[in-house]
Design a protein around this ligand. Structure first.
Ligand code: NAG
Ligand code: NAG
Ligand code: NAG
Ligand code: NAG
Length: 360
């Protein structure tokens, strides 16, 4: 009898441990970052069009994307990063047009990430990757990733390509995604919406006059901000008031332009726009931003005034940005009086602990 219950206890402890990735984490008061990219060898060919960190080569970028436990962890140790949430670099599943291939690849990616971080969940967590062709399938995989793999949320790389030629974009602001938003809300996890490189047809149409604007300087923010605003104007947050959306790069410019956005959208009310509140209000109730790849102190100050520091968190955007770049910047915020100690704690870790529910 006694030995049976001991066995049962051991089993419970074991399965608890494997079901709680990211729940026990190293907390030395250091930083928490979570727009941090990783990929698997099978998807490495998607990264040829992306840009290495300043001073890095494409080969170094690819090596850094595949690595978790070596130079990445060493960089975390050297840069006061306690905990990093990994996600599959763009476009990942969103670049796979065939629904079945995409759904199978999402499962592969999620299982691989869970397995790769399983021996160090004190330092690493995961965001799920999802095929977004069918919201029911996406919701089921999100549920599995959170409840069985212990993932802390989901990261989607902007619109999902679909159709035989891959040229039908799917945006998650349509009513057929309600089941996805409902599941996200029920699980109480955030969606991180990350940019992607547009399909070549869009790039040719929009950027052939100035191809240097493809990627983070312009195209990422332009494309993703349209998706985020689509989610607002189509009333997603009115239907799912508890949904949490995170946008990187200091909000893909939206919080810099709320006055014009809100005032101009007032004109659309007579044209049947379903949105019940205004975009500023969603930035106070549903949307958060991170500083990933955008270490601009004046902009941070302006955004604190626009949306409040309780909507803004630190992140780096490794390996597209070198970790020390983030460290050099964040280490100025206290001495320069931009943030007081309580605000610094919230920005660098405290709000992330709450939103990612690291201590739940
Ligand atoms: C990457 O390789 C896979 C096969 O492993 C292929 O299906 C896919 O189309 C390739 N993607 C790109 C962007 O070349
Ligand atoms: C986890 O496993 C990887 C790959 O085998 C290894 O490099 C790393 O040192 C391990 N980490 C821990 C904390 O055991
Ligand atoms: C989405 O997937 C579900 C579950 O597999 C299925 O029942 C449903 O028919 C699919 N919807 C579409 C539009 O294909
Ligand atoms: C947005 O909505 C809030 C809350 O109703 C209101 O206080 C604010 O004035 C609105 N902003 C604009 C620019 O309309």
């Amino acid at each position: 009898m006694f030995s049976v219950s001991k066995t049962a206890l051991a089993f419970v402890v074991l399965s608890l441990a494997s079901n709680s990735l990211g729940r026990k984490w190293r907390d030395t008061g250091g930083f928490i970052v979570f727009e941090e990219a990783w990929t698997i060898p099978a998807l490495l060919n998607q990264t040829s069009a992306t840009t290495a960190a300043l001073g890095g080569t494409p080969a170094e970028l690819q090596a850094n994307l595949l690595d978790i436990h070596n130079q990445r962890l060493q960089g975390m140790n050297e840069n006061n990063v306690d905990f990093m949430v990994l996600s599959c670099t763009q476009p990942c599943i969103q670049g796979i047009a065939d629904p079945d291939t995409a759904a199978a690849m999402a499962i592969t990616v999620n299982n691989q990430l869970a397995a790769d971080i399983a021996n160090n969940t004190e330092r690493f967590g995961g965001f799920a990757s999802l095929a977004m062709h069918n919201a029911t399938v996406a919701a089921a995989e999100l549920t599995r990733a959170v409840t069985e793999l212990g993932f802390l949320g989901v990261l989607l790389n902007d619109y999902q390509q679909s159709g035989a030629d891959g040229l039908t974009p799917l945006y998650y602001d349509q009513p057929e995604y309600d089941i996805f938003w409902q599941t996200l809300s029920n699980l109480n996890v955030p969606l991180y919406l990350h940019p992607r490189t547009d399909v070549p047809e869009i790039l040719n149409f929009q950027y052939s006059h100035a191809k240097f604007l493809i990627g983070p300087a312009q195209q990422f923010a332009a494309t993703l901000s349209g998706h985020v605003l689509g989610i607002c104007v189509n009333g997603v947050f009115d239907r799912f008031p508890n949904a949490k959306l995170i946008v990187g790069h200091l909000g893909e410019r939206i919080p810099s332009d709320l006055s014009r956005i809100d005032n101009q959208l007032l004109r659309q009310l007579t044209l049947g726009m379903p949105m019940l509140k205004n975009v500023t209000t969603y930035w106070h109730e549903n949307i958060f931003e991170t500083s990933s790849g955008n270490f601009a102190t004046d902009l941070l100050k302006f955004h604190i005034g626009q949306i409040g520091l309780d909507r803004i968190m630190y992140s780096i955007d490794y390996p597209f940005v070198n970790m020390p770049e983030g460290t050099v910047w964040i280490d100025t915020l206290l001495p320069d009086g931009v943030l007081n100690p309580a605000e610094f704690d919230s920005f660098s870790r405290g709000l992330a602990i709450k939103i990612l529910r690291l201590n739940d």
